[in-house]
Design a protein around this ligand. Sequence first.
Ligand code: SF4
Ligand code: SF4
Length: 436
Amino acid sequence: MIKRSFFGLAKPRFEYESAVGMPVKPEKISVPKKVTLFFKETCTCPSALIKCGDKVRTGQKLSLYEGSENYVISSVTGTVSALYPYTGDFGKSYTAISIDTADQEETDNTFGEAAKSVSLDTAKNFLACVPGISCACAFSDPAGTVKTVVVCGIDKDLLISTNPYIVSNCPEDVRSGVGILKKIFAADQAVVVSGKDLMKDISVIGSASGVEMRLVGSEYPAAFPQEIMRNLFEVSLPAGKSCKDMGFCFLSAEAAASVGRAFGSGQIPVTKILTLIKKDLTKVIVEARIGTPIGDIFKACEVITEDRDRIIIGGPLTGYAVYSEDYPVQPDTDAIMVQGSEAVSSVSDYPCINCGECVRICPAKVPVNMLVRLCENAQYEAAAAEYDLHSCIECGLCSVVCVARMPVFQYIRLAKYELARIAEKEAEKEKEEADV
Ligand code: SF4
Ligand code: SF4
């Protein structure tokens, strides 16, 4: 919801929606005929461990190479039908694996044995792609720096009800997951944060020993990790540092529930909860296997897309557009939003008119008007050195308010991605030189 002040000079407010009135039951999507999963690495086929025709079971861990830290968990039982390169957002390279689903489901039991040892290594080796996990390194903490585990029962972007739904409907799983996370990170503190509407539900979770509950504000972007650290823990994140560098590990309520369920049952969860936001902004909570084509969800929920409509993975401020209904549900797909062509806001190549709206609204106090000039001209290093690129928390508000309709946020994300890629290449080169 957007609130504008009667007095024109005040900045607009964007508020998270209330969890009251949220759907109670999810729309369950049938197991699809085919699922597609993404490895975050490229495949040079002759040396790959997986081949077309291989049989896989539900919950089976699949790696492309011997010793690779990257893996996916098969969300169905079936036969590998394709293995191919896939180019994602910003030209990122992945390897996609398609699995044709068999009639009879068989569950892989390898994790069942491993789950007897509740440890960070077990989580890292088996649970890095459970529903709700957005980063493969969620369970990495080699230096043992994590002192506080924060579980978020509120989604970062607007209009999404996935994590409030989990808190409200699976509090026992979240409670068990938070306790396990605190233990495996050997953290001093475990905190569950949510909006005030879910106070009653988080009380159930908070009854686990040593778990605190905190409320976040309703104004966007209060649910971002950097804002939670600043507002609830009075810790500012220095530019270029991660939350883990400062001793904080943030995970969603769904990720915590998945961890709780996995260790409780000895089986890796493979079903994702997500919010489908339709063209008329009505919402459906959906339950689908990871890897399900989004077209199957549209069919089950009677969403019809037409030419020039836009499909957004994620929320309206920070999501990204996809161009095919074959795109699969990922472990971190918290929302799918469908915008009718008339609601799609256009971007332009007009220059910045220096109105200052983006600077006024930026929660990280970045001089966005100056930053965008360097980013749009690919001056990424200067943008980081001179105009605080790495302080941006990626909330997307600058793009929303830009009167020139510049894709400000997209320029910033591209700049960060390019700098990360350059740093990675330099680190690889240094390593190669050191090995010679
Ligand atoms: S996305 Fe824009 S408004 Fe948000 S923190 Fe970054 S620069 Fe500021
Ligand atoms: S809101 Fe847009 S036009 Fe205004 S200063 Fe920022 S980038 Fe420039």
